[in-house]
Design a protein around this ligand. Structure first.
Ligand code: ARG
Length: 366
């Protein structure tokens, strides 16, 4: 076996698919308070999610894993740890953990390396442990695999802006703040989530927002000196976290952009100069996310490319599926909506281990 993946679209041969076991509604903490939408049914409650929702989400994730295996893709699964248990470090306590449905948030695969992200939610500090058995196995099997853990953050109160602790900030104020890059995380220390990064060969695009700060982007830039690392800020999202419902590359020359979170001009011009087409994603099929879900309805565009012409789309996201079909892709429908509350969609619930391809320069003109 081999670890290597440079893009979001090269032929997928080996992947990790998350599990919903012991999934939690996290207890209040600064980062969670800022990210859970103000009117969400998650507010005012925390602890293990209802067992029937866990069973249903696991059935969907198992079916997705089976579908990938039928297509000849090797699928590994994490080993859930006791997410019910509270955690403590010298700097903080958290009364619950989170879960391991979304390996994309934690594991950043760039070439022959997997980086465990720092994370920025206290409840997710130990989540990497669910993946350590797999990463250890990869380390033993692949002599070229580089296993890296980014600097563990302290996540004291200094890492979070106190203004975001208020439960009733109001969406307009949030939009004003995020437009001015006033995010919940401060610049106290290096912070990034792996899902804030998209990979396009020689280029990495990193979202600056709630879960990744400037120091996190600087760390990535210094850590990957052979890449061009572009920082991106998308006004229009009151809860900016994780880039994969905002900007989603489909294949060389084609990228989906969330029409409510406009692409910054420097990236628009980079794509234009290199003859890439930026397509506005179709509207989501649903007006609301499912119960106890902290992501937005834009999980519609959280697709997983199996190769540059085959795309997995959530089965009920009919507008997104139709748009991708029109763009010429083979669309593979996958039922996953009832698993959204556990951490996200088809891209979130996976992490690349191997895609057949190399570090091509897809955006050579500056
Ligand atoms: N913040 C995104 C939205 O609500 C959800 C991103 C989920 N992505 C992930 N990798 N967990 O639009």
């Amino acid at each position: 076996m081999r670890v290597e993946s440079w893009t979001e679209w090269d032929p997928l041969r080996h992947v990790i698919v998350g599990r919903a076991d012991l999934g939690q509604v996290p207890a209040p903490e600064p980062a969670v308070n800022a990210k859970v939408p103000e009117h969400s049914d998650m507010r005012g409650r925390w602890g293990r999610r209802p067992q029937d929702s866990i069973d249903r989400a696991n059935a969907l994730l198992d079916d997705f894993a089976a579908l990938l295996r039928r297509r000849g893709i090797v699928v590994d699964r994490p080993e859930p740890i006791d997410f019910d248990a509270g955690i403590q470090t010298p700097d903080f306590q958290a009364r619950t953990q989170f879960g391991c449905m979304a390996p994309r948030d934690v594991l950043l695969t760039v070439g022959p390396e997997i980086v465990e992200a720092t994370m920025s939610f206290r409840c997710r500090w130990f989540e990497y442990l669910a993946y350590r058995p797999l990463l250890t196995r990869y380390f033993e099997a692949d002599p070229a695999f580089r296993h890296t853990a980014a600097p563990k953050p302290r996540l004291t109160d200094r890492s979070f802006r106190p203004g975001y602790l208020d439960d009733a900030i109001g969406v307009q104020t949030r939009l004003d703040w995020t437009a001015r890059k006033v995010f919940v995380t401060t610049e106290e220390e290096i912070l990034f989530d792996a899902a804030d990064v998209i990979r396009l060969g020689r280029d990495l695009i990193v979202q600056h927002g709630f879960t990744t700060n400037r120091k996190g982007i600087a760390w990535l830039r210094r850590h990957f000196p052979d890449h061009r690392v572009h920082a991106a800020h998308f006004p229009g999202d009151p809860y900016p976290a994780h880039i994969d419902c905002t900007l989603v590359p489909l294949c060389p020359g084609l990228i989906l952009s969330n029409p409510t979170r406009p692409l910054p001009e420097h990236l628009r011009s980079l794509f234009r100069t290199n003859d890439w087409q930026v397509v506005e994603a179709a509207p989501p099929a649903h007006a609301e996310p499912p119960p106890l879900c902290y992501s937005s309805v834009w999980l519609s565009m959280n697709v997983l490319m199996l190769d540059a012409r085959t795309v997995c789309v959530e089965k009920t996201e009919v507008h997104q599926a139709e748009q991708l079909d029109r763009l010429g892709f083979e669309v593979v429908p996958v039922a996953l909506r009832d698993a959204y509350p556990f951490g996200g969609g088809l891209h979130c619930c996976t992490a690349d281990v191997y895609r057949a391809g190399d570090r091509t320069d897809y955006l050579p003109r500056p």
